[in-house]
Design a protein around this ligand. Structure first.
Ligand SMILES: [Zn+2]
Length: 245
């Protein structure tokens, strides 16, 4: 059984965000030598997110994170939800989507335009996760056609391969740890108070020896039958829970 490992994933990283808490997190990670995954929105047009303070040095900061070994991941293109999934999305999360339901051409164009921005800023991208966890088969096709075959989402306790894509599971919304398996925490700094940061800081200091980098998480990828069965049951249980509650 794989002992507990923690991958830290930040969502909604963009020019406009809670920079005060971002700076505090960065200092904490430097102190503990932690390398998180930063989900960057390349062309943020989400009006809710745009209401946060803007940092004009954004792309220089992102490049610096990459130099430090932090993983820069693509979190959608513009973060505008213009589709309703009605729980027909690949992971059955439901809710609104930027990608689900759009044509392959539309999804491909957004991913390509996003990658062009990263390219211009000299940021290397190998992974993606969609706003609101919502995908359809065209999302996977568009990603693969753009050379991206790693997605930080999905159900399981170890990364796994499906449809020629490596999924790095993301199970819970809150820092909530099971005693085993890879746990990807999902952090939305914009919704955090100072108290949330202090709680997170305490938790991470306590478990800092269990925090892994993205590369270390990828090395946990498993194709063995026992892990596949485990992932299958976790998926069933979590989807069932979501349908019931
Ligand atoms: Zn998001």
């Amino acid at each position: 059984m794989l002992h507990m490992k923690i991958l830290i994933r930040f969502d909604d990283i963009a020019e406009n965000m809670n920079w005060h808490l971002m700076n505090k997190c960065e200092a904490l990670f430097d102190e503990l030598n932690i390398k998180p995954v930063m989900g960057v929105i390349p062309n943020n047009k989400d009006s809710e997110l745009l209401s946060y303070p803007k940092n004009d040095n954004f792309w220089r900061i992102v490049a610096n994170w990459q130099t430090k070994g932090w993983e820069i991941s693509m979190h959608g293109y513009n973060h505008i939800y213009d589709q309703e999934t009605n729980k027909n999305d690949f992971f059955k999360y439901g809710g609104k989507s930027e990608f689900f339901g759009h044509s392959l051409e539309n999804q491909l164009s957004k991913i390509k335009k996003g990658l062009e921005i990263f390219n211009k800023k000299k940021i290397k991208i190998r992974s993606f996760f969609s706003p609101n966890h919502t995908y359809d088969h065209n999302t996977f096709k568009a990603l693969k056609l753009s050379g991206i075959n790693q997605i930080i989402d999905g159900y399981g306790l170890k990364p796994y391969l499906e449809n020629d894509i490596k999924f790095i599971p993301q199970l819970f919304y809150k820092p909530f740890f099971l005693p085993f398996g890879l746990q990807t925490t999902q952090i939305h700094l914009n919704y955090w108070s100072e108290k949330d940061f202090n709680n997170f800081s305490k938790l991470i200091k306590k478990h800092s020896n269990k925090v892994v980098s993205y590369d270390e998480a990828l090395r946990l990828t498993s194709d063995n039958l026992r892990d596949k069965i485990f992932n299958f049951f976790i998926k069933k249980i979590l989807i069932f829970k979501r349908v019931i509650f």
